[in-house]
Design a protein around this ligand. Sequence first.
Ligand SMILES: [Fe+2]
Length: 355
Amino acid sequence: MDEHGVNTLGDGAKSACRSGRTLDREEMDAALDLARAILPRDPVTRGHSLRVMDYALALARRVKLPRVVFPHLVFGSLLHDCGKGGVSDHILQKPGPLTPAQMRLMGLHSERGHAITRCVGPLETASLFIRQHHERWDGQGYPDGLREEEIHICSRIITLVDVFDALTTHRPYRKQMPVQAALGVMRSGRGSRFDPELTDTFLAMIREKMVPVSRGRTTLFRPWFTPSLVAGDASASLCHALVRSLAPCPVQLTVVGSGEEVFNQMEAGPVEMILLGESLRDMTGAECLWLSREFAPRAVRLMLCPFNRLEALVAHREQAGIYRFVVMPWQERAFRELVEEALVWRQITAAVTGA
Ligand SMILES: [Fe+2]
C-alpha cells in the first residue's frame, strides 16, 4: 500500500480488470433493463443491494480501479444475491440459525446468480463477480475454492462490503452491530476471509468517515441521502393531492405552481426528480420538463396525465425526456412505488454512467 493507505493494484488484479470491457450506451440500457427485472423487490434486500453498490464504488475509486470496470462492478454488486430468488422466504427470513441442509441450499445462490446473468451479454463480466462473491482470500470459500488473486478484485470488493453492510444493518436473525464492533469483526477476517489490503483500505475509509455508514434504517435510498423532488401543477387541488400522496415517501418535496418556481429550485440545488401536471401557470408541464433537461439533465422526469390525454401527451415523451406518465386518478400506493422506483433507478443509472 502507498503512504495514504491506498491499495495499488498488483499484476494479477490489473489483468483481472482487463477482462472487463466497456459497455456502450445500448448495452448499458439493456443491462439496466435486465437488472431492473432481476433486482429483488423487497425493500430490505433492495436497500442492501444499493448500499453494497455504493460501498463497492467508493472502495473501487479509492484503490483506483480503472473506470472501465465500474459499470460491471455496479451490476455485480447490485445483483450479487440475485440467485436467492429461488430460495423460500421461510429460509431467507428465518430468525434463527439455518440447518445444514438450508445452509447448502443458501450456498447455491452464487452459482445460481451466475447462471441467471452469464448468458446476458452486458452482464457477463458482472456474472463472474456474482459467482465469486463468497470466495475467500484463504481459498476456503465457495463455489470454486479460489484463493487470493485468482478471485477478481471486484469480487473481493463485493465480498468485503457485503459483509460490512450485513453486520451494520438489522437482519431477521440478529440485530445490527455498532460500527466499531463491525470494524473489529472485519479486521479479524483480514487475510483469511478478506483481501488484506482491501480490508485495510476500506476500514480506513470507514474510520475516517469517507464513507457514510447506514445506521440500520430500512430504506430504498442511501441512508444519508434524501432525494429532492419538485412536483406541481397550476391547479391547487392537484398540488394538495400530490402532497397527500407523496408525504410518506422519503424525499424532500417542494410543491410548485409555475415553471419559474421549478427553475428557481434547480438553481438552488440539485433536483433528483421533477413531477409535473399538464399545465403550469406560465407554461405547459411538457415545456417545463423539456427546458429542465438543460439545467438538470440527470433528474428523473415524470408527468401526470389524465387518461384521455395520454395519447396526445405521449408525443412529448422523447423531447421532454419523460421517464414515466402517471395516469390520473392515481392509486396512492402504486404512485408512491413508481416514484420510489424511479428514484432508485436514477441512483443506479448515475452509478453506472459515473454521473
Ligand atoms: Fe451472497
